[in-house]
Ligand binder design. Structure first.
Ligand code: GLN
Length: 550
């Protein structure tokens, strides 16, 4: 019998439900259980693929090409269970499915209503995730309890135990217990109200996880428990972590969360093996190197816009025992202030993916700076396209080289629309998406990093390198280090003369894990460490020799 855990959130948004759910998943897997994660989002967009990063942060792409919520990135980084299209549903998708059924006549004669038709559809997508060889499904409900739009989801999970059995279902509610400086104490009232709202709609949480800045005292815990109708041991503290998000699962273990989940669901397992997490935290706390990486993007000021890239840099840092300081640089600022002013001193420069013209010239300046100063450079998707444009304009002699995304009439369209995109008029879910194979060229830095010649990586783009320019770029010294297996699509470019200049058309950041850094991020960070130690040698060598002479 598959067990179900439902995670809801109260008091404020951005409380960390995704991270907490992913941590629970990781702990249950570490106990040997087969876990599947799922997120239900109350907004009406069919998926986040058409939303601006300002609205929604990064769009996380799965192997099967679905464009999903960034919380699925946490799920994949923390857990091993596969994620698919069924792992993320929005209100838009649920309604779309119900309306399609209605048009087909499947509800003939009936009035189609939120209860039971929408709630039945929600229950069916929850059931589906747990169908095959799964011990526990963790379903996170997006939004905050009290929002109008999350009501059908909450009603569906209220109903879920009626068929699945209450003993097979667990409700976990995550709330905020703020510290009021003026009063000098933690405040439990928002938590009481949020649980009160859940209870009004018929959900009594089994476990309450309290996010807090300060430790919750025994008295405060007893008070929360009493007002929220729970035994005190079901109130679990989750204190803010300012060091690393990878501390979260370990702190939940020490507060007994996984133990309690297993008890309540009647799952008998060994204690979790959290050794890999202890090891990675040890590496983070005891770095042997310190480097700085500039991420030059259009949305650099938004902390979630390049979430997986920042995480992947951390993973590479963990891998190399390196502490990485990431400078988030707005590409438009590079245009105003110049690359030298904003980028000098960094040990590596990364230009991430993106859409639209704003900030492109700044990205091109960043690429040029990295290329000319021999600073390790990593271009991702639009970052690769910018590297091609920059090389075309400044090295290959292709005046005004550009992507047709930014200038339809450019004299040198070195980046152009993929063939398959010409007829496409709908915006949602129509890019080249998901996992695609590529083959790597012998002797390239990429092949060295991956240690193999065939790879599969996730894509999300409409434009590509224009093959009409291949020979000109090759003659000018650019290496096509990876292509689609039929050789038609350029997947990786490199500059063999540069210490580390690698740019890829795909998104390696979606396949990096804290315990398994992505090979290209690891290669990039290694090159940055080498540069830093080389620079330190150069910087300190004269002083050292001076000291010796004296
Ligand atoms: N805008 C570019 C394209 O569609 C790059 C996309 C991206 O960086 N994800 O091809």
């Amino acid at each position: 019998m598959t067990k179900h855990i439902f995670v809801t959130g109260g008091v404020v948004s951005s409380i960390g439900k995704g991270l907490t759910s992913a941590s629970i998943g990781m702990l249950l897997e570490a106990r040997g259980l087969r876990v599947r994660m799922q997120k239900l989002d109350p907004y009406i967009n069919v998926d986040p693929g058409t939303m601006s990063p300002y609205q929604h942060g990064e769009v996380y792409v799965l192997d099967d090409g679905s464009e999903t919520d960034l919380d699925l990135g946490h799920y994949e980084r923390f857990t091993e269970g596969p994620l698919t299209r069924n792992s993320n549903y929005t209100t838009g998708q649920i309604y779309l499915r119900v309306i399609e059924k209605e048009r087909k006549g499947q509800f003939l004669g009936k009035t189609v209503q939120v209860i039971p038709h929408i709630t039945d559809e929600i229950k069916s997508v929850i059931r589906k995730v747990g169908e095959k060889d799964v011990d526990v499904v963790i379903t996170e409900i997006g939004g905050t309890v009290g929002d109008i739009e999350s009501l059908p989801f909450l009603e569906a999970i209220r109903q879920y135990p009626l068929a699945a059995g209450r003993e097979n279902c667990l409700f976990i509610h995550l709330t905020l217990v703020p510290y009021l400086k003026a009063a000098g104490e933690l405040k439990t009232k928002p938590t009481q109200h949020s649980v009160g709202q859940l209870r009004q709609i018929g959900i009594q949480p089994d476990i309450l996880i309290c996010r807090c800045e300060q430790s919750i005292t025994r008295d405060e815990r007893d008070k929360i428990a009493l007002f929220c109708n729970l035994p005190p041991q079901a109130v679990i503290e989750e204190r803010d972590k300012d060091f690393s998000i990878y501390e979260v699962p370990l702190s939940l273990v020490s507060n007994g969360l996984d133990e309690q989940i297993c008890q309540r669901l009647g799952l008998s397992t060994q204690p979790p093996n959290v050794e890999p997490y202890n090891d990675l935290l040890h590496r983070l706390r005891n770095p042997k190197h310190e480097i700085s990486i500039a991420v030059v993007g259009k949305y650099a000021e938004h902390k979630d816009a390049y979430k997986s890239i920042y995480e992947s840099l951390d993973h590479a840092g963990i891998h190399h025992h390196a502490q990485i300081r990431v400078g988030r640089i707005q590409s438009a600022d590079v245009e105003d202030e110049g690359a030298e002013c904003l980028l000098s001193g960094y040990d590596g420069i990364l230009v991430p993916g993106g859409f639209g013209e704003r900030g492109i010239e700044g990205k091109l300046q960043a690429v040029r700076y990295a290329r000319e100063k021999d600073i390790p450079f990593f271009g991702i998707c639009l970052g690769m396209q910018c590297a091609v444009i920059e090389y075309g304009r400044n090295v290959a002699g292709l005046d005004g080289a550009n992507s047709t995304e930014f200038d339809k009439d450019t004299a040198n369209p070195v980046i152009c629309l993929l063939d398959e995109q010409h007829e496409i008029t709908q915006m949602g879910g129509t890019m080249r998406l998901g996992s695609q194979p590529a083959v790597l060229v012998d002797g390239s830095k990429s092949k060295l990093a991956y240690g193999k010649s065939s790879i599969d990586e996730r894509h999300r783009h409409r434009y590509e390198f224009n093959n009409e320019y291949r020979q000109q770029f090759r003659d000018a010294g650019l290496e096509f280090a990876g292509t689609s297996p039929d050789g038609k699509l350029v997947e990786i470019i490199e500059l063999p003369q540069h210490s580390w200049f690698v740019a890829v058309q795909y998104h390696p950041e979606f396949k990096s894990k804290p315990t398994r850094a992505h090979p290209l991020f690891a290669g990039f960070v290694r090159a940055a460490i080498d540069r830093r130690s080389g620079r330190q040698l150069k910087k300190f060598a004269p002083e050292e020799s001076n000291t010796q002479t004296v």
